[in-house]
Ligand binder design. Sequence first.
Ligand code: NAD
Length: 357
Amino acid sequence: MYKIAVLPGDGIGAEVTAQAVRVLEAVGRRFNREFTFTEGLVGGAAYDAAGTPLPKDTLELCLASDAILFGAAGGPKWDSLPAHLRPEAGGILSLRKELGLFANLRPVMVFSSLENASTLKPEVVAGVDLLIVRELTGGLYFGKKFREKLPDGGVRAVDTLEYTANEIDRIVRVAFDLARKRKGKVTSVDKANVLESSRLWREVASAVGRDYPDVGLDHMYVDNCAMQLVKNPGQFDVLVTENMFGDILSDQASVLSGSLGMLASASLGGRTALYEPAHGSAPDIAGRQLANPIASILSAAMLLRFSLDMGKEAGCIEKAITDVLNLGYRTADLMEQGKTAVNTVEMADLIIERMLG
Ligand code: NAD
């Protein structure tokens, strides 16, 4: 019996998470596995119900579970709240910090039937299969930040970017361990020509690399990496980088797969790992069953593989998604001429049908 905490959150988070849960239930039926799903409040939904974006009950539920399936947090309704009560900073960022989830894994795979869905040329994106490993609990997003008034009446805002050698070492090791199970190549991304924290990053990455003689290591400046990701993404296997660079590069890399709605993620490092689509709550399409549930369903597959050691079950989900896309079914974000349009629930229905069929 595996205990899964389900935190749907806001906007399309709730719509896509419901479909990922249905897919996990189908895995249960097909492979005779038993899961229990317990819902918790998070984000704006939690603020509305309990006055805080991360209620204590939710944190306790997460700590008592084998894995967490998260939707998305945030939306215009809560944008004017103070930072600590906002769904993003007070909800998902706090949850990652509380759970010690320092490693964010974002795989970017281009399904062959979606090679034309990207804004990039099909020959550039064909065959891309890379993994971005982003440091998640340090760097600029968690450093000291403040504003102060200046004597001339102006104002100054300060954010600080700090990393310890230990924080760098542990995330780079995650990247090397994963590269060993893939194509055996790590690209460490930094801005060592300008930033002191990046110079430390590069030193530590090189030192860790000496413990993995079977894995190749390259260093790349983040600006060059941004360019290479759209010029020749096929060169990459595992990219490892600090929090903000990883945030930006992974959204950029989502273009390769055709839609943010195709990008899953896992956050590891603490006692309970968290799995979520890379996208947000998409207020522009929320409540209309227009969202692509595949990112959330692929996140559920990662949950099975990384937290429950169910590689075969995860593979069954991924194969079903490949088949459904090959058959020409598309949600609105990926729709093109000659394909069959389906909504959020219908896409999940088709995937479940292939899994059980
Ligand atoms: P977003 O990812 O929600 O949406 C960006 C664009 O992609 C939108 O046009 C949206 O319609 C589209 N999109 C996203 N997911 C899709 C899907 N599954 N299917 C089809 N189309 C999809 O980013 P945003 O608009 O910048 O942010 C909206 C809210 O979400 C904000 O409040 C933001 O802070 C929050 N957010 C939360 C998380 C999180 O919870 N981890 C991550 C990013 C943004």
